[in-house]
Design a protein around this ligand. Structure first.
Ligand code: DP6
Length: 362
């Protein structure tokens, strides 16, 4: 990037956004172009130290086109989603001046300046974990910073939404709700923070990577097929999710793990039921995913109240939410017993807080 800009100024900005895991799922669009969902959804944003995208955006009069590199490899920016995010941010760009460097950019000049974008994920791309949410949230946030955009987080979330629906929720930390909105232009389809990162510190999230293969049916294609063919999707969106969202908001507010876990598991199961109800059916989970569900269900039943919640996105990997650190250590022991890894170095399996291994006596 730098070599092209020799002798001219380059203005840069860097940002970092974590990915998020939905506990009430978004599945189905009522408008494909604007990415407007058929129901509200709720998610937990993960810790940025462990699963996040870091993006640097640069502008310079020396750049002759918009370009992007993902994990060091150049990718095409021709897709409509990138273009929507770039266009929406450029529209809102404001005057910028850096007297020391002698850089002055007028509002209308941003349209003429090309951007170079470099984005990295701090987790293996091959791990099959959703990265588009973190990626688009970070792109929009960092572009906004660079172009001196004054809009609030709600407005930024509505732009990130046009990159990937779930990305709008990664604009905030903590617990986040994406309100589906009612308007045709999508201006009220924004994310709002329900509670910040500090609200429910006891929860521990463990992601069990069941398969690192790329999924066969992307979320975008899968939900399009479900909207067109699944009668269960309509019932879910209109009848089930509205009351479930209210109950989930209450559970989060009151740290009510029992309700939180029951709602999370039920919603994951219903989302996968919709996938099965789609024609042709979509199978995101595999036998190992099903065995993990059984393990958690049996454990929760034997304890008399939920200890762990499970949720699965458009793939076989399990996201397990333990009610506290002690339960997380027990969960880790169980996972390693029933699904023994080949490698003896357990720390290589863990992304994030490795001290949990000693809690589990491992
Ligand atoms: C199962 O946000 O990846 O993870 O809007 O088409 O980019 P597009 O889809 P995407 O779908 C995420 C689906 C999900 C559930 C969720 O995150 O709410």
């Amino acid at each position: 990037m730098a070599s092209e800009a020799v002798g001219q100024w380059v203005l840069m900005s860097t940002g970092r956004s974590p990915t998020n895991i939905a506990v009430i799922k978004y599945w189905g669009k009522r408008d494909e172009a604007l990415i407007l969902p058929v129901n509200d959804s709720i998610s937990v944003t993960l810790d940025p130290d462990h699963l996040s995208a870091t993006t640097t955006v640069a502008v310079s009069p020396a750049f002759s086109s918009d370009r992007m590199w993902l994990n060091g490899k150049e990718i095409s920016l021709s897709g409509g989603r990138f273009q929507s995010c770039l266009r929406e941010i450029r529209k809102r760009a404001c005057d910028f001046e850096d007297e020391k460097k002698g850089i002055k950019i007028k509002k209308e000049d941003w349209e003429k300046l090309h951007v170079h974008i470099a984005s990295y994920n701090n987790f293996p791309t091959a791990a099959g974990l959703a990265s588009s949410a973190a990626g688009f949230a970070c792109l929009v946030f960092t572009l906004g910073k660079l172009m001196n955009v004054k809009e609030d987080y709600g407005e930024l979330s509505s732009i990130a939404r046009q990159g990937s629906g779930s990305a709008c929720r990664s604009i905030y930390g903590g617990f986040v709700k994406w309100c589906m909105g009612k308007k045709d232009d999508g201006s009220d389809s924004i994310a709002v923070q329900l509670a910040d990162e500090a609200h429910w510190k006891d929860l521990v999230i463990i992601i069990a990577v069941v398969s690192s293969k790329q999924k066969e049916t992307s979320s975008t294609t899968g939900m399009r097929d479900s909207v067109e063919t699944s009668p269960l999707l309509q019932y879910r969106a209109q009848t089930v999710v509205p009351s479930r969202v209210l109950k989930m908001e209450e559970a989060i507010k009151h740290h009510d793990f029992e309700s939180f876990a029951k709602l999370t598991c039920a919603d994951s199961n219903q989302f996968h039921a919709v996938c099965l109800d789609t024609s042709p059916p979509i199978f995101y989970m595999n036998d190992t995913s099903h065995r993990i569900i059984s393990l958690v269900e049996k454990w929760n039943q034997s304890e008399g109240s939920p200890q762990v919640a499970y949720t699965f996105d458009a793939g076989p990997n399990a996201v397990l939410i333990a009610r506290n650190r002690k339960t997380a250590a027990l969960l880790l022991q169980k996972l390693l017993y029933y699904f023994p890894p080949q490698d003896k170095d357990l720390s290589s399996y863990l992304v994030g807080d490795k001290s949990i291994l000693s809690d589990a006596g491992l």
